[in-house]
Design a protein around this ligand. Sequence first.
Ligand SMILES: NC(=O)c1ccc[n+]([C@@H]2O[C@H](COP(=O)([O-])OP(=O)(O)OC[C@H]3O[C@@H](n4cnc5c(N)ncnc54)[C@H](O)[C@@H]3O)[C@@H](O)[C@H]2O)c1
Length: 255
Amino acid sequence: MAEAKDRPANPPRLDGMTALVTAAGQGIGRAIAERLQAEGAQVHVCDLNAATLTGTGFASVTQCDATDADAVAGWMAPFGRIDALVHAVGYVHQGTIEDCTPQDWRRSMSITLDSAYVVIRAALPRMKAHGGSVTTIASVASSTKGFPRRAAYGAAKAGVIGLTKACAADYLMDKIRFNAVCPGTVDSPSLRQRIADLADKLGGLEAAEKYFLDRQPAGRFGTPEEIAGICAFLASADGRFVTGQTINVDGGITI
Ligand SMILES: NC(=O)c1ccc[n+]([C@@H]2O[C@H](COP(=O)([O-])OP(=O)(O)OC[C@H]3O[C@@H](n4cnc5c(N)ncnc54)[C@H](O)[C@@H]3O)[C@@H](O)[C@H]2O)c1
């Protein structure tokens, strides 16, 4: 048997595959798109913010609001076949249910949950003939675990998990696998923004960062690349018997 050191670090497990990734402009979505490309897939990405996609080198980049069914249909129109879809769009409202206005609630549901409905529904006709894999980026802040000040976010991500599992059951015989990856706290631009937003309340940036670090039993944030590796596994033949699962990638939060 080959020694671990003799094996390539990133075998091209996704050669010949067409993969689509949403929210690939930055953070977790970007790392996923880069990893799928590094493993051999033709990766087509979208993001709401066009500026984040310039100069990225993916097979195609499209400015697209994933909550807009017409825009998503336009994005997917050129793809006759999709082998792997990773849906990473999400929005964190920080607050209790009392802090959450009806507008905050609707925005949370729209960006996090409605987008999953729209994107998965548009991709399915391009997967049914041959099978494939759909991975949603949910969160451990969901039906998995309650966190303070995550009322709307937790509810929306629980919805993403429910949708993912229901689709896994509905499309099992079409050989389309659906899994939800549930990160813990991951160092991304939006986490840095949440830390900044909390700094005033907690008496500075350091205290705000500590607030988030204290949620992490491993003592550090996860990296976007650590989430991307699991997504590559799920998209590949290595994950072919895995469907309907929530996979916590959380540095020990759910031990
Ligand atoms: N960072 C974390 O700690 C963490 C933890 C658990 C789950 N997640 C989830 O992982 C995903 C990515 O998180 P991140 O922290 O890397 O995000 P981020 O906020 O840093 O990046 C999100 C990207 O999504 C894009 N986007 C926002 N709304 C969009 C829309 N309607 N259509 C298309 N693109 C849109 C943004 O322009 C941005 O480029 C999200 O679903 C998030 O909820 C993140």
